[in-house]
Design a binder for this molecule. Structure first.
Ligand code: ZN
Ligand code: MN
Length: 463
């Protein structure tokens, strides 16, 4: 039995205003239900109009995924009853979407893209006193209601959970490079996955995070495998992934598309997508991740591994790297310290490069200090750790470290003199060997650390 997995990816587009009204899409730090108006609250009689920028972003995505852009498109009402949609229908595209028939190559495998369409995000449900299954009550925040989404639907071309995760990582990098989405925003990429081993499939809804998708799919595949092995039929149903318990749970028997009773939205009639405009958008064409990886290898002489880590971890990391190169022209050295130690330390603190206080101008002090012979490679590792701990510049950290060690040396010298009064007196009377003896005593106390020249100097001062 070969697994068959298809994905529906919802990407929140980072336009300024919502898909059908002028409310802001920026709901971080906003009070619940602050970004609302009669349109996104679905008041009877309110009239939606389409945000052109959202259509443009959709076209950018569709083009990057090698889709055919429709000459005209329609919006439809998808009827369902749920409190996250005040109108009791979602405005989406069904019969004639923005784009069809694309593909994306990931790890030498072509994944077919069935369609790309635009739709409005529902409101956010806040489950109080538990999760979706156990909450005591639910609060609704309409700030998210009407935020534009691009839905990217693949054919069931994935044969493993890992494949699906790889695809999502590449897709997310493309979306970032197109400038249409903000990876950092919570829930900005949400995935529904159709999974089947036998003849019927289940749909796991609303999974956030690539690792989570992989885990949810692996769980679901195992669940179906066990059922089929015992001769139990897999039902067509919608399931919820519980990321705490790491299992999927049945929510409802899956409705069929016909059950939604799609009808064209009479407020949003036929929308022509002019070829001229599509061309204009195409010409804007941002550098895509694959091209950027190739350029990093070519222009900066990086290894493929380094280039891929810089580009696919997060677009901002690649941007950070390039900015570093503009301050210090040794890309190989910068890449080396970025993809290993810096990234490791950021991960340890659970930080992204954008969420951190790393500054290219400061970070390049590390390879520069090595080049100047002021620090060893081993010490550089320590310095990067300290940098991510404190966000003090490497130069400042270095001068602090030497100050510190000087104080430590002084302490050891004082102690050695105190404990060896005889040797101290011998030195004062002119016996030079006494100094070497005291030096040895100091080094014993510092476990051999400290520059002997410096220790001699301090000894002479103190004696
Ligand atoms: Zn509104
Ligand atoms: Mn959808």
């Amino acid at each position: 039995m070969k697994p068959k997995i298809g994905l529906e990816v919802h990407c929140q587009l980072k336009t300024k205003s919502k898909l059908f009204c002028e409310c802001s899409t920026n709901f971080t730090d906003r009070k619940p239900n602050e970004n609302t108006c009669p349109i996104c609250l679905g008041f009877p009689g309110s009239k939606p109009s389409v945000n052109k920028r959202a259509v443009e972003f959709g076209i950018r995505i569709a083009k990057a995924l090698n889709c055919d852009i429709s000459k005209e498109m329609f919006f439809s009402r998808k009827s369902y009853f749920y409190p996250d949609m005040a109108k009791n229908y979602q405005i989406t595209q069904y019969e004639i979407p923005l784009a069809l028939n694309g593909w994306l190559e990931v790890n030498n495998k072509k994944i077919r893209i069935k369609r790309v369409h635009l739709e409005e995000d529902p409101a956010k449900l806040v489950h109080v006193g538990g999760d979706i299954m156990s909450a005591q009550y639910v609060l609704i925040d309409y700030n998210r209601s009407g935020v534009p989404l691009a839905e990217i639907v693949t054919e069931p071309d994935f044969t493993s959970a890992r494949d699906a995760r790889n695809f999502l990582e590449v897709l997310s990098s493309i979306l970032e490079h197109l400038g249409v989405y903000e990876r950092e925003r919570e829930g900005s990429l949400r995935v529904d996955a159709n999974v089947s081993l036998g003849s019927e499939r289940s749909e796991v809804k609303n999974i956030s995070g690539f690792k989570e998708v992989e885990k949810a799919l692996n769980y679901e595949l195992l669940r179906q495998k066990n059922m089929l092995r015992r001769g139990i039929e897999v039902k067509r149903e919608t399931r919820h992934y519980d990321s705490n318990k790491k299992i999927t749970l049945g929510l409802r028997e899956k409705e069929f598309e016909e059950d939604y009773g799609y009808i064209f939205d009479p407020d949003l009639t036929r929308i022509e997508i002019g070829r001229e405009w599509v061309k204009e958008i195409e010409e804007y064409s941002a550098e895509l991740p694959r091209q950027r990886v190739a350029r990093f290898i070519e222009e900066y002489g990086l290894s493929e591994h380094q280039a891929r880590v810089l580009v696919f971890t997060d677009k901002h990391l690649a941007d950070f790297f390039e900015e570093c190169c503009s301050h210090y022209n040794k890309p190989g050295e910068i890449a080396k310290w970025t993809v290993t130690d810096l990234l490791k330390c950021l991960n340890w603190h659970n930080l992204t490069i954008k969420g951190s206080k790393a500054k290219p101008r400061e970070f390049v002090q590390i390879p520069r200090l090595i080049e100047q012979g002021k620090i060893t490679e081993r010490f550089a590792k320590e310095l990067i750790k300290e940098y991510v701990n404190t966000w003090l510049s490497p130069k400042k950290l270095l001068s602090k470290a030497s100050e510190f060690s000087e104080k430590k040396l002084e302490k050891a010298v004082n102690k050695a003199i105190k404990e060896n009064r005889k040797a101290a007196e011998d030195y004062r009377e002119g016996k030079m060997e006494a100094l070497d003896f005291l030096l040895g005593e100091v080094l014993k106390k510092t476990q051999g650390r400290g520059n002997p020249k410096k220790i001699r100097k301090i000894l002479k001062e103190k004696l």
